[in-house]
Design a protein around this ligand. Structure first.
Ligand code: ADP
Length: 723
């Protein structure tokens, strides 16, 4: 009796629970009959219990739910719960159909949950996400995509149907290369510029941020795609504008500067003191204009990524010595003392020689400029872990903390009567920063107002495989014909004047057709070429010259206002020089080019720079072309690329010694015929004497330059006799 009462009580208890729960509950027996149908289910489906109780589940009148029940009750069917979304009038009902065991047979239970509020909330959140202009893609921790907004769909051409619920890493989605892959861990955001070929080319700033819960647990990440195509295009247009204007300014300036230099050099006859003074003022100002235009071109080149960097190992001590030398006259005049400091054994830095030189000169020039009261300027190189750092320290006016923060931005100048008086563009430091950063280094400043400043820059230590290829310098032969190709006769005349003075004959061509015909007819020793030609692209002409057998070996020096050094060199130009033309650089390059073709090339290899310089200078005056290498690795690079006629070789050297060089040269069919003269001051290593036997001659140090030249000459002559 008591048991019956208890059962009844428990039954009432369950009934009360079922009646009050906010979820609808429906139980279906193994034969498909409806056994339980609670109040919430009645209310949600709009049916009374009497309409369904004991009847077949089809009486529920919900086709989707019925199909799921039917499937579940089928013998051997899958047992996993099935989720269904029902739209019933205004309401959204989430139904789950799940199995349960009833006296050993499969039965089904249907739960119904009112998701109307949740759904409205979801829709609102989605509307917000959809209305942002930026594309959003949400990932779970396993790279599985859980959400893609419409902006992502249209911006990057992503198809939500193909992505949702699938593991698609971001880089794959954006068709990036796997090595560029990026996605944040729990610890931080990342931003990357990505080029996407959707229906059209687009540039996107892609930002990834981790999604963390309030305990800091990693839930995945969200990628934001921000379209910057238009911004980049405007930037590009601005750069092109600056570039075009600068080029247009450079053409007349090339003439102005060139002809003033000629008058000042007395090429147009005697000038009196007053004329000299006035012309010097014109020259100073045209030089300032050239400098400003060069700065603007540098900036537009850097910003548009068109800067051409030649990375090579740099000996910082060497570079500092050169820069300090350049400023010697200026600093003496202004009463500054320039002190170079570099420790022995400093590793080489990786960088572009000309560009790093430019940076160094800029810092030194500023140190002198902004130390009006004189004092010393120290230029010190040091190793700093994986970097070589150079500090330029002055005792000048110093810079306050607020100004320091903005110093490296374009056009920024400290605003003071003194800086206004000194004058400048405020572009120098920003260019230095960009160049050094492009080379993988950093720049910075330590200073306080009135206490002097230390500007510094660092460059990565050069990796072992980076080897300098020594250049070939020709003797000043002062002879032969140079073909000058320039659309502008005034500039061609200017170049002609420079070269005539150096002892060359000159022929001029003002268009491509004429140039090619003359090159074949006259066979000049060198061609100077401006790639901006009237009747066709100068690059086409360069290509034709290199493709024509009669002209293919004539070195071409591209002399241009359009900075396209990379392209020129790829097409086979021997060298490149930018306008306005620096007279000395022009004649040096022409001498080197003529010399390296007309005179035998001697490669001098010694780790003692003084010996290399001395020998090179001497050999040049004796009519040889020379290249200097400071270790075995550099020597091998020169031998492979420049194929010298003779090698003067020291045996004791770092990196790769002379013995190794001999072995390599003599065992390679391409180089084995190059004669080697060994220069040595030491006892020869007996165990390696057979290697030495491969070398042609031995020369004991010390020897006189005359003796050297005689030996080299004799050796080259005997080689010619053999041929
Ligand atoms: P510019 O010298 O043409 O103005 P820079 O970009 O080289 O342009 O320098 C920017 C500014 O930084 C200068 O105008 C000057 O105010 C400040 N500055 C640069 N170097 C020094 C220095 N060594 N000492 C004090 N101030 C300096």
């Amino acid at each position: 009796m008591q048991q019956k009462v208890d059962e009844r009580r428990s039954f009432l208890h369950i009934r009360a629970l079922m009646a009050t729960t906010t979820e609808g509950l429906i139980a279906i027996g193994p034969d498909g009959d409806v056994r339980v149908f609670n109040e919430t289910a009645e209310e949600m489906l709009g049916l009374h219990r009497s309409q369904v109780a004991g009847k077949l589940y089809t009486s529920l009148k919900q086709p989707k739910v019925e199909a799921a029940i039917e499937r579940l009750l089928r013998p051997k069917s899958r047992k996993d719960p099935h989720a269904i979304r029902l739209q019933l009038g205004e309401r959204v009902i989430a139904a789950t159909v799940a199995p349960y065991a009833c006296s050993g047979r499969r039965a089904a239970v249907v739960t119904l949950r009112d998701d109307t509020a949740l759904e409205a909330y979801r829709k609102r959140a989605e509307a917000i996400l959809a209305s942002t202009g930026d594309g959003l893609v949400v990932f779970d921790p396993d790279d599985i995509v859980t959400y893609v907004n419409p902006a992502a769909t249209s911006l990057a051409g992503l198809k939500p149907a193909k992505l949702l619920g699938k593991r698609t890493p971001l880089w794959q989605m954006l068709a990036m290369k796997a090595e560029d892959a990026f996605s944040p861990g729990a610890d931080g955001s990342q931003v990357r510029e990505v080029h996407i070929e959707a229906p059209e080319h687009r540039i996107m700033d892609v930002r990834t941020d981790p999604v963390l819960d309030d305990q800091g647990g990693y839930l995945g990440y969200v990628a934001t795609l921000h379209d910057v195509t238009a911004e980049r295009e405007i930037g590009q247009m601005k750069n092109e504008f600056v570039s075009t204007v600068s080029h247009e300014l450079r053409t007349p300036l090339t003439s102005i500067k060139g002809y003033i230099d000629l008058i000042l050099d007395g090429e147009a006859g005697e000038i009196n003191e007053i004329q000299r003074e006035f012309l010097s003022i014109v020259k100073q100002n045209s030089d300032r204009l050239v400098e400003l235009i060069n700065d603007m071109l540098d900036i537009s080149r850097i910003e548009s990524g068109r800067i051409h960097l030649k990375i090579q190992p740099l000996d910082m001590c060497d570079l500092i010595a050169g820069a300090v030398d350049t400023f010697q006259a200026v600093s003496e005049q202004s009463g500054h003392k320039l002190i170079p400091k570099a420790p022995a054994g400093l590793p080489k830095a990786a960088g572009d020689r000309d560009r790093v030189g430019q940076v160094l000169m800029n810092f030194i020039s500023n140190a002198i400029k902004y130390s009006p009261e004189g004092g010393s300027v120290t230029v010190k190189a040091r190793q700093d872990g994986e970097f070589v750092t150079v500090d330029i320290t002055d005792q000048g006016i110093g810079i306050s903390k607020e100004d320091q923060a903005q110093l490296f931005t374009k056009f920024y100048r400290v605003d003071s009567s003194l800086t206004r008086e000194i004058g400048g563009t405020g572009l120098g430091l920003s260019i230095c920063k960009s160049i050094i950063e492009l080379l993988g280094g950093k720049v910075g400043v330590k200073s306080a107002a009135g206490k002097g400043s230390t500007f510094w820059f660092s460059l990565p230590v050069a990796p072992k495989h980076l080897v300098r290829t020594p250049g070939v310098e020709g003797p000043s032969m002062g002879g032969g014909t140079v073909l000058v190709v320039d659309r502008d006769p005034e500039i061609a005349n200017l170049v002609e004047t420079y070269l005539l003075k150096q002892g060359y004959d000159v022929v001029q061509a003002h268009n491509a057709e004429e140039a090619l015909a003359l090159a074949i007819e006259v066979h000049p020793r060198v061609i100077t070429l401006d790639v901006m030609l009237g009747d066709g692209d100068g690059f086409d002409l360069l290509q034709k010259l290199k493709d024509t057998p009669e002209t293919t070996n004539i070195p071409v020096l591209v002399l241009s206002i359009v900075c396209d050094e990379g392209r020129s060199c790829r097409l086979g130009a021997a060298d490149y020089l930018e306008k306005p033309i620096d007279k000395n650089r022009l004649t040096t390059i022409i001498d080197d080019l003529v010399g390296s073709v007309a005179a035998p090339v001697v490669l001098v290899v010694d780790d003692d720079r003084n010996i290399v310089d001395l020998l090179c200078r001497n050999l040049k005056t004796k009519g040889f072309s020379v290249a200097g290498a400071y270790d075995g690795a550099e020597a091998m690079a020169a031998i492979r690329k420049k194929h010298p006629d003779l090698i003067l070789l020291d045996l004791q050297m770092p990196v790769m010694d002379g013995y190794q060089v001999i072995e390599k040269v003599k065992t390679d069919p391409a180089t084995k015929d190059i004669p080697i003269v060994v220069m040595t001051a030491h006892q020869i290593d007996r165990s390696r004497i057979d290697i030495l036997g491969l070398a042609q001659q031995k020369l004991d140090k010390p020897f006189s330059p005359e003796e050297l030249a005689r030996r080299v000459e004799a050796l080259l002559e005997s080689m010619e006799d053999e041929l």
